[in-house]
Design a protein around this ligand. Structure first.
Ligand code: 4GW
Ligand code: MN
Length: 299
């Protein structure tokens, strides 16, 4: 970690938060809190934000959040950033990395101190499947070139989203994935993994821990580099055989996580769609899908 800021105010406020406090006694029993490999599954009321914030401030952690606004998806960028300013990593250093083919369409948004928008000009692929899948290649290339220098952690998400409650450093870990909201509670047989044995994304029927969402993963820059490099290479191998996995980049991500298990897992609080209602286990909705006019936005 570069340039730790050890001015007295930071030390004092960290001590105040890290000092003794009685442990929380009411643990949640309605949801799984730990994976079989002892990775925490992050749910509200299972952690203390003040302690975590103090720890991450002590390390002077810098966070990059990556989004892609390719072609008409630039319309989602302003709501995304405006709501992130309210709820995402408030009080921490944040770089927004906006990948786009329409640089001049990216709006200016007022940002709090320590937060910046970086617009990255990239090509637009013709097929939407390629727009989605090539995110892996671009994330890989920028991880090697820039992200390594500029941030400690990366959060890689869909852009057609808005923040609606706090998302803080409790999500950060070496490698994290998010439970897919639509398949939460489904058993293994219901997971929509790639089932063609010829595909690099193939997962046999008797394997697989969780079904992870393609639209929300991250970790430290080195781990995101390894993940995106694997997914891109696997997609290229399949492409040479004229194969494309059933759920595109999400299928390859699920394959990666099967054999490189995430060190932290985000509950569906962190990725939800109001079309799925409000089940009892969902005490907070932090990041919601924005309604798309499919005809308008996708053509
Ligand atoms: C169908 O015509 C399209 S266009 C499907 C996705 C498209 C698309 C996606 C696009 O034109 N431009 C773009 O930047 N994207 C990026 O890929 C954007 O960041 C988006 O959040 C991500 C995944 O696509 P999606 O959000 O539409 O996928 P779902 O419906 O699974 O959330
Ligand atoms: Mn989306």
């Amino acid at each position: 970690m570069k340039g730790s800021e050890w001015h007295p105010g930071v030390i004092l406020s960290c001590r105040a938060q890290l000092g003794y406090r009685p442990p929380d006694t009411d643990r949640r029993t309605d949801v799984l809190l730990l994976s079989p490999w002892l990775a925490p599954i992050v749910w509200s009321e299972t952690y203390n934000s003040a302690i975590l914030d103090a720890q991450f401030h002590q390390r002077n952690v810098r966070v990059g959040i990556t989004i892609f606004g390719i072609k008409k998806y630039t319309v989602f960028v302003s709501t995304f950033i405006e709501t992130a300013e309210k709820y995402f990593m408030v009080g921490h250093k944040v770089n927004y990395y906006v990948f786009t083919d329409r640089v001049s369409d990216i709006p200016m948004v007022d940002l709090a101190e320590g937060r910046r928008v970086m617009v990255l000009s990239v090509p637009a692929y013709r097929r939407w499947q390629d727009v989605s899948m090539r995110r892996m290649e671009m994330l890989r290339d920028y991880s090697r070139r820039r992200f390594m220098e500029e941030v400690d952690y990366l959060v890689c998400v869909d852009v057609d989203m808005r923040f609606s409650d706090e998302v803080g450093v409790e999500i950060l870990s070496d490698l994290f994935g998010t439970l897919h909201p639509g398949l939460y509670g489904t058993s293994r047989e219901g997971y929509t993994y790639e089932r063609n044995p010829q595909s690099e994304a193939y997962i046999p029927a008797d394997e697989g821990d969780f079904y992870y969402a393609g639209g929300y993963f991250g970790g430290n820059v080195e781990e995101v580099y390894k993940l995106t490099d694997f997914c891109h290479n696997a997609m290229m191998t399949d492409k040479a055989k004229n194969i494309e996995a059933v759920w595109h980049d999400e299928s390859y991500l699920n394959k990666y996580f099967l054999y490189h298990k995430p060190t932290r897992i985000l509950s569906p609080e962190y990725l939800w769609d109001d079309d799925l209602g409000t089940p009892d286990f969902l005490r907070r909705k932090r990041f919601l899908a924005v309604r798309k006019n499919h005809k308008e936005i996708r053509n």
